[in-house]
Design a protein around this ligand. Structure first.
Ligand SMILES: [Fe+2]
Ligand SMILES: [Fe+2]
Length: 254
């Protein structure tokens, strides 16, 4: 309910960029699959098509997980409830991303399912035993956090001429990030020493494989730095304001 209120608050007080994108048709032509030479896109459009591609993977992943999730009953365990809550937060992010697109007058954005092979892979994913799944699930959350941190750090530059839109995008992004921060912590709780070692080994190859598929990445961000940040992640890189907002379980609070 709270998430719904947050979204309704944004929708009730919309912020729109002063100018629409130079050529919105280029967003729509390239957001699902890059058709143009990405080097010919302006940085705003590039940032938005990147965000769409990244979020679309999340959308497909959480939709597959949702299909496999059992309905909550009185006998649902606390861990399963947390998992469900987590999934609902991911769906709320999809609406926040749409709000980001709306900020740039892009109202016709939908989450397009992935191709046959990719969606099959995502459907198989939840069938693996939890022990096998925990490390890559942790790394995906970590990757989300890394991506949003890097997006945050280019906003001042790319949206320098759109101060209101930039502030709104940052606030929307922070809504997502504070959840992802909690998800990283939550997933970390379920990694034993072996799982943690596996996750450490996976960071680099998962990050690289994922970004290789999104041609915008190297034009916007420093992939090497992203990999380094992923490997070196600890909570000291997170601002106190964000930590306070994030969903930190009471037993983790001093
Ligand atoms: Fe997410
Ligand atoms: Fe997450």
């Amino acid at each position: 309910m709270k998430k719904r209120d947050v979204l309704a608050g944004f929708q009730a007080h919309p912020v729109r960029s002063r100018r629409p994108l130079a050529d919105p048709s280029r967003f729509y032509r390239n957001h699902v699959v890059m058709q143009d030479d990405p080097r010919t896109l302006d940085r705003k459009t590039l940032l938005l098509t990147f965000l769409y591609k990244f979020a679309r993977h999340e959308y497909v992943g959480i939709s597959a997980a949702w299909d496999r999730t059992e309905r909550m009953t009185e006998s649902t365990s606390m861990i399963a409830k947390i998992g469900l809550y987590h999934l609902c937060e991911e769906f709320s992010h999809m609406r926040l991303f749409l709000e980001i697109f709306q900020t740039f007058h892009l109202g016709q954005v939908e989450w397009v399912p992935l191709g046959k092979w990719m969606s099959r892979m995502y459907r198989l994913f939840p069938l693996f035993p939890e022990a096998m799944l925990a490390p890559p699930a942790f790394v995906s959350e970590l990757m989300g956090l890394t991506v949003y941190q890097h997006i945050d750090s280019v906003l001042d530059d790319i949206l320098a001429d759109e101060p209101e839109a930039r502030n709104r995008v940052r606030i929307l992004l922070w809504e997502v990030m504070s959840d992802e921060l909690a998800h990283v912590g939550q997933r970390r709780n379920f990694l034993g020493p072996l799982g943690l070692r596996a996750a450490q080994l996976m960071v680099e190859s998962m990050y690289r494989a994922f970004f290789r598929d999104i041609p915008e990445t190297t034009l916007l961000f420093n992939v090497e730095q992203m990999v380094r940040d992923g490997k070196a992640f600890d909570y000291s890189t997170i601002t106190p304001k964000m930590l306070e907002k994030s969903w930190v379980p009471s037993y983790c609070k001093a």
